[in-house]
Design a binder for this molecule. Sequence first.
Ligand code: HEM
Ligand SMILES: [Cu+2]
Length: 668
Amino acid sequence: MSAADLTAGREGPLADTDTRLSRTPRVAVADAALRDRLERIWRTEPGLKGWFGTVDHKEIGKRYLVTAFIMLAIGGIEALVLRLQLAGPNKHLLTPEQYNELFSTHGMTMIFLYAGPVLSGFSNYFFPLWLGARDMAFPRMNALSYWIYLAAALFLYAGPLVGAGPNDGWFNYVPYAEKAFNPGINEDIYALGMVFLGISTSVGAANFIVTAARCRAPGMSINRLPIMVWGTLTASAANLVVIPAVSLAFFLLWMDRNLGTSFFTVAGGGEPLLWQHLFWLFGHPWVYAIVLPAMGMVSDGLPTFSRTPLVGYTLVALSTVATMLLGFGVWVHHMFATGLPGLGLAFFSGASIIITIPSAVAVFAWLATIWLGKPVFTTAFKFFAGMILLFVIGGVSGFMTASVPADWQLTDTYFVVAHLHYVLIGINVFPVCGATYMWFPKMTGRLMDERLGWWNFWTMFLGFNLAFLPMHLTGLLGMPRRIYTYDAGMGFSALNMITTIGSFVFAVGVLMFFWNVIKSRRSGAIAGPDPWSGPSLEWTIPSPPPPYNFAVIPTVASRHPLWEDQLDETENRSSFEEGMTLDEGKEALAVSILDAEPDRILKMPSDTTAPFWLTVATAVLFAGLLGKLWWLAALGGIGAIASLAFWNEPRTKLLEREPDAHEERRNG
Ligand code: HEM
Ligand SMILES: [Cu+2]
């Protein structure tokens, strides 16, 4: 697209621009003066105020990533202690109660504080870069979602730190979670912490949805979105639907425990199975929420390193959405052993088997992409390709447990522990490592060490399989999950030893990963803007990106803007050097949902500490509830309202967006 097209704005994505926007934006080639000006408008103030007040999605994304990786390390150490306890029969490193707390804390940490947030970190950092935008749709809400995540993580960890961690597994079944059986404060912390964390996830999800819908470069119609965007979008939509179920469940549990209600207690007319329904109505879609964006990483990463477009883009995008939709209808497969009526079981078994079809579509698309491409065997490629194998193994064991009679044998054995780790480590940890190797250069300007990467991948890959492949057998031999020890002579002592050894090998691999990140940040080779010759918009800007991301808003003419010369998909060409400058203040562009035509000039909020204070106040509220100090809770509530008022204090700068030209024309 040439400059004339842009200014005339009569054809292509910029057509009619002047009628919808509040002014006709200046279109120019990015020059040093413009960059300088944008830098001054967008940069975060140095010092404490900037640190607590930043709304830059890249800063927030990095914080998410660092916090999530710290949680991975903590959860990993917990796992290793568990494995030491299980290395041989009749060990007494941990008491039964300590073992309970440790595996529950491990599950909570990995599922809620690592696996979800790490993907939010990548999406936060990269959504605007993939989409050709200057920031997320709601930068202050973005800051809020991070602060609440951090505060909820600290809140949840207050338990384990004082020896009162969750002790009923990550899914926390009643009646054991009820006060009568579990009088300590453990479950209260877990219940309130989960409600607290739910705020962060919901706020973040809403932000991702609106950003993907509205904050894109002109021309990036929905059939040109990176698959990673599809993954995060569907995951976020699901979260908005299901987080209320789990927040409600945990809040009802807290009321049962503290206010004498009996939602889940039989004696008071309650229904224990209600807990399982509410939890898994959330829980199953959640496991998709923590794998679909990661599958998106593979769908975007493999083509980059195979030097060819993803095979079956449309099918893969649709299968992402289909997985999520079907994912709402399978939760009862976690409850096959609860004595529900047979007809119900048959339905949920069928649904759980059908849901493997869209996953298979993705697998074939990935294999075909590698097959048709010319793979470059970078570390990132190895992690993405390795994931395919682990995904298939985890998928097959999932298929097996989807069958009711098989599940009656397998449930609550180590077979399920093997399955869930293949899925979670295979489809979350491996793609996340690959994504780090791939996008670290964009974030830091430096490449990670490929030689160390080779060792990193192979140690993790072999260690993981050594630990968890034999575990299927341990389960088939009948070892129940969640037991703190076992007798010699049960037939699974050797297998357990192998698993423990494999776990440590895997952990060494993860350490190499962390070491590579730390080392490369200082001394990695300089990456340049586009070290992998990637196809998408993030590779058009400097590494690390400037605070405003794109000096001029790019215009997109195809699905692979940087590969247009090789692929020849369209006649037009995307434009990166020349575009709307949007430099009259902190401005960004909103586009129409389907076709990405310019629609609004957005005035973006500047840095503010309101999200931070709102988080502090909410934390006080939850602390008050926890201690049943109602005055403290009230104080927190008042503080939250005050922070919201501060947040929403009308700022004329932000109100400039109305009335726009469209409105004026209609009114005048
Ligand atoms: C070094 C890597 C890891 C090792 C050695 C490991 C080991 C273990 C062990 C020993 C258990 C307890 C089994 C039982 O007693 O029933 C467990 C449970 C669990 N792990 Fe891991 N794990 C690792 C990484 C992960 C990761 C990365 C995730 C998620 C992303 C994860 C998610 C879970 C979950 C959800 C449970 C179930 C907890 C429960 O029963 O409530 N693990 N893991
Ligand atoms: Cu499930």
